[in-house]
Design a protein around this ligand. Sequence first.
Ligand SMILES: [Zn+2]
Length: 74
Amino acid sequence: MYPETTKCVCGRDAKLEYDFVIEKYMGKTITIQNVPSYACESFHTKYARKTRLRIKELSREAFDCGLREIEYKD
Ligand SMILES: [Zn+2]
């Protein structure tokens, strides 16, 4: 589960939102949709550690299936 807010590196509150992430995998661009991310008022974006790991796994999954786009799932 993701908390609604978290502290940003700048000290502001960062809110949970769902955004897309563009990843490069083996020279291919893969778009991952609906990635849980945190954004503060200063437009810093951060991801939970497990989210970053999933982004890598999903890029590989999409690549293996020949997809350019994949839906985020935990
Ligand atoms: Zn910030």
